[in-house]
Design a protein around this ligand. Structure first.
Ligand code: CA
Length: 361
């Protein structure tokens, strides 16, 4: 979107906000239900868990005055159509992963994950204390959205493969599913990359339409059943070291909410991230052990492969730098990441190394 239409849209947005300010008392007196379209089939571990917690928390915190009605893919719109549906006002809000929408703006990658980006903790450090939330708002202004971070997958697995990856050349010609800027990195290594919604992945891998895929991590992947059709699982990946999920609200709808309702939405989204991330991290280890007991071989990519990921990642990031807002978001994120890393490496990182050395693990 060019600057002129952005300004026009902003002007329209403020006009709508002024009009709805008059109607606000009617909303304040009555109950409000927000229709939330999601990118997750019902019952999908981690992702639909986060959407469900957000739904539950908002209802409970508002004593039922503000409720969320969740719509899974196909119930109102398709899994990857949620952004346009909320931007246009067809639905009130979505729960999704914002890097699905890098076609709308590449800056959205940062609100889920970027290659060699931050862990879950580092993402939230940036979002709440390093300017990330304000940049999410600046991006959202273009599309008439108020973004909220609501959930995190933790560090994601490198993915499922039929055969081992012994060098970066093994990605050449591989039909692989990976969304976001990570997918563009694998494209540079010669992979044929597709972004297929989660609910369609099992079928695509079973039929051979895909040679491999990444989804989330052991808890979510086990529930999706990929171990039935592929047996090689790389446990660490470069592409999503701590993916944030987003609950984004149509900006006109957001402006109609009372300050208390907006606060409930914001604090419920923060609580969702904390509670769902803990659930996921508490369960991944046991899920991985079950996968291994079903014959899944767990591996790590070699340093040579990681180096190839790093080189291609830098190229992908640099290719987007002609976009002013992308460059601004990247600069802000990388400043925060450097600050986070300067302490985490010396504390958590070193501590975990020593714990493993002393106690094993
Ligand atoms: Ca993923």
């Amino acid at each position: 979107m060019d600057r002129r239409s952005f300004l026009k849209k902003t002007a329209l947005g403020s006009g709508a906000a002024a009009a709805t300010a008059l109607a606000a008392p009617a909303y304040a007196q009555g109950k409000r239900t927000l229709t939330m379209v999601t990118s997750w089939p019902r019952g999908f571990a981690v992702l639909d868990d986060a959407a469900s917690y957000m739904e539950q928390m908002v209802g409970e915190m508002s004593d039922g005055q503000l409720t969320i009605e969740k719509k899974a893919p196909g119930e109102l719109v398709g899994a990857l159509e949620v952004f346009d549906a909320v931007s246009s006002g067809q639905a009130d809000m979505y729960h999704s992963a914002d890097y699905y929408f890098i076609g709308q703006h590449p800056g959205y990658a940062y609100f889920t994950a970027v290659p060699f980006g931050g862990t879950a903790q580092e993402l939230t450090n940036w979002y709440y204390h390093g300017g990330g939330e304000e940049l999410h708002d600046e991006l959202g202004q273009i599309f008439n959205l108020k973004g909220l971070l609501a959930g995190n997958s933790g560090s994601q697995s490198g993915g499922w493969f039929r055969n081992e990856i012994n060098s970066a050349a093994d990605f050449n010609g591989l039909k692989f599913r990976m969304p976001g800027l990570g997918g563009k990195v694998l494209g540079k290594l010669g992979a044929s990359v597709q972004n297929i919604p989660g609910g369609e992945l099992y079928q695509a891998l079973s039929s051979g339409a895909l040679d491999g895929l990444e989804w989330v991590g052991p808890m979510a992947d086990e529930r999706a059943g990929f171990q039935e059709v592929a047996k090689v699982y790389y446990t660490a990946g470069f592409h999503e070291p701590g993916s944030g999920l987003a609950a984004s609200v149509n900006l006109d709808v957001w402006n109609e909410l009372t300050p208390a309702q907006q606060a409930i939405m914001r604090y419920a989204s923060m609580a969702t991230t904390h509670y769902q991330l803990a659930e996921t991290l508490a369960n991944n280890g046991a899920a991985l052990a079950r996968l291994q007991s079903q014959g899944v071989k767990t591996l790590q990519f070699s340093d040579d492969v990681w180096d190839a990921f790093g080189k291609a990642s830098a190229e992908v990031m640099d290719e987007n730098m002609s976009d002013e807002l992308f460059a601004k978001i990247r600069g802000s994120f990388e400043d925060s990441l450097a600050t986070s890393a300067s302490w985490i490496n010396k504390s958590d990182g070193y501590y975990v190394q020593q714990r493993v050395r002393v106690l094993g693990g």
